[in-house]
Design a protein around this ligand. Structure first.
Ligand SMILES: Cc1cc2nc3c(=O)[nH]c(=O)nc-3n(C[C@H](O)[C@H](O)[C@H](O)COP(=O)(O)OP(=O)(O)OC[C@H]3O[C@@H](n4cnc5c(N)ncnc54)[C@H](O)[C@@H]3O)c2cc1C
Length: 529
């Protein structure tokens, strides 16, 4: 099928849905997504959304907490945009009818999470914030006459002619046919890459397709070495890696080892509420020392009734697994969030005109070397809108040139689905073994060499026509290579990138690392003002 839209949005997480909704005020929108409309990280987000709403809090405090967590790599102008415009976007969705949890006095109930020095986390349905916010925006998208949705279609290529983006090529698994969607403006919001690892809190569709495809199209890819591991994901044979939100520690839960000792006290001034990288590394250290595979999140000292009503989703999951949430939950870190991604400007614009990126796929410079908890849902709203604003008449992104013509070129051999799965398992093992919480030069080199062998085998299997499963395998390999290369080049430890052989932060590495096809890795300075 071939279709043309004013705006084409890829991804139905909060970033894609919100930018589609904003775009629909100005033109016809096509919204493409890989799976169902509700399969996204956004839908599974629990803890909340960070924005200043309390009278005793100010954007400057939110700015400072974000900068501290980012360990010297945050681009200050982007953080300023987030903390200043976040409250406006929250007010927009509240005015449109979104209901966040309120206290008995009727004021917004604000949670506390790791790295925040103030209570500023809005939540909904207790710990169902992502589901409720995403569903709220999804309902608006579904009702909007200007938006047409295309589920079960995977992005395969960006259409680029004369250096401009003209839309996307994708494969629809329901109809088993290729779709070419041209558009004046293309917004990629395909999320992160954490499901490329073995143990992850993400849904299975989060495999980094967007970053690989954008890299092949010539985009600048930034800081891919920073993969955040969430400290507290459940360890259980049937519910592996289900996330226990940071907000549980915000309500007072302790991290204890097998002897019941709180190991975060004395390790950091914020103890269990230290930034994620610090907590995850200490948990990992305990697990290695004790050889247990997990430590405990202990809630024994907290009011069980309050805990159950504040965290109904986690409580229900624990019950399903036979774990008593108000006692002790076995947990370990799991790959959770992709800090780096496609480098964007302050409006989500990329180095390819008419291609915009927002949400977890973007590297706006906000997260630095380590994302502050609950800063990503708010980033989706702020930058989902800014990307559309940039395209309006009179703005730098406004487009007058028509798009080019594109032929259909793809096929899909269902028998290749098996080889795709095999590549996925191999890549997951390589990354989990060598590019997890603790990295070394030797391990990263080994992983790169083995990855090259996997990729060479995929290429040998590829026949003359372009097969969708081959393209999906190529995405896995390219994304893994971007992570490994970044991790090899960054010979220091900073935020969520830890090198055992270079355990200290180095002033000379206070730079972003940019990877672009056909060019050596470049270092560019952090924007300080
Ligand atoms: C369990 C969990 C809890 C979290 N809790 C919080 C929280 O409390 N607060 C917070 O701020 N953040 C939280 N996060 C992080 C946050 O949810 C994400 O960073 C954010 O939702 C990303 O939104 P997004 O729209 O960019 O991507 P996503 O929500 O991941 O959506 C990406 C979309 O792109 C689609 N897609 C992917 N590949 C393709 C392709 N090839 N073709 C077409 N479509 C594609 C996917 O199917 C999906 O629809 C949490 C994450 C997880 C996993």
């Amino acid at each position: 099928m071939r279709r043309h839209f004013d705006y084409l949005v890829v991804g139905s997480g909060l970033a894609g849905l919100y930018s589609a909704y904003c775009a629909a005020q100005h033109g016809k929108v096509g919204l493409l997504t890989k799976s169902t409309l509700t399969e996204s990280n956004s839908y599974f987000a629990q803890g909340g959304i960070a924005a200043v709403t309390d009278k005793d809090d100010i954007p400057q405090y939110h700015f400072e907490d974000t900068i501290i967590a980012g360990r010297g790599l945050c681009d200050a102008p982007a953080v300023r945009i987030l903390v200043n415009e976040g409250p406006e976007r929250i007010q927009d969705i509240i005015r449109a009818g979104m209901q966040f949890d309120v206290s008995e006095s009727g004021e917004l109930a604000l949670g506390l999470e790791g790295g925040h020095h103030r209570r500023r986390i809005l939540h909904a349905g207790g710990d169902a914030t992502g589901r409720l916010v995403t569903q709220f925006v999804l309902n608006q998208v579904r009702e909007h006459p200007n938006i047409e949705v295309f589920p079960n279609g995977t992005l395969v290529d960006l259409l680029v002619t004369d250096g401009r983006c003209d839309g996307v090529r994708c494969w629809n698994f329901d109809r088993d046919e290729e779709d070419v969607f041209t558009a004046s403006h293309t917004i990629l919001a395909c999320g992160g890459s954490a499901a490329i690892y073995k143990r992850t809190t993400n849904p299975q569709s989060t495999t980094g397709d967007g970053v690989a495809i954008a890299w092949r199209a010539g985009c600048e890819i930034e800081d891919m070495e920073f993969i955040q591991f969430h400290p507290t994901a459940i360890v259980h044979p049937k519910g592996d890696s289900f996330l226990v939100s940071e907000a549980v520690r915000g309500e007072g839960a302790y991290l204890v080892n097998m002897h019941g000792e709180r190991f975060m006290v004395g390790a950091h001034e914020l103890a269990e509420l230290a930034p994620r990288d610090v907590v995850a590394q200490h948990i990992d250290q305990q697990i290695r020392q004790e050889g247990t595979g997990y430590v405990y999140l202990s809630l024994q000292h907290l009011d069980p009734q309050k805990i159950r009503s504040r965290f109904p989703t986690i409580d229900a999951k624990c019950k399903e697994l036979g774990i008593e949430m108000t006692d002790r939950i076995p947990i370990a870190p799991a790959a959770h969030y992709t800090v780096g991604g496609i480098r964007t400007g302050e409006y989500g614009q990329t180095n390819i005109p008419h291609l915009y990126v927002c949400g977890e796929l973007a590297s706006t410079g906000i997260m630095g070397a380590n994302r502050l908890a609950s800063n990503s849902l708010i980033e989706c709203l702020v930058f989902g809108k800014r990307a559309i604003d940039y395209t309006l008449p009179g703005r730098p992104g406004f487009r007058e040139q028509p798009v080019a013509d594109y032929a259909l070129t793809l096929s899909a051999d269902a028998q290749k689905a098996g080889s795709y799965q095999a590549v996925r398992n191999e890549v997951a093992t390589l990354l989990s073994d060598h590019a997890g919480l603790i990295r070394t030069e030797e391990g990263l080199q080994t992983a790169l060499t083995e990855l090259e062998a996997v990729q060479a085998r995929c290429q040998a299997e590829t026949v003359s026509s372009r097969d969708v499963y081959d393209e999906m395998s190529r995405n896995l390999c390219d994304t893994a290579r971007l992570i490994l290369t970044g991790a090899l080049c960054r010979r220091e430890s900073r935020g969520c990138h830890y090198r055992k052989d270079f355990p200290k932060e180095e002033a000379s590495f206070r730079v972003h690392l940019i990877q672009q096809q056909g060019k050596p890795v470049q270092e560019i300075p952090v924007k300080k003002n």
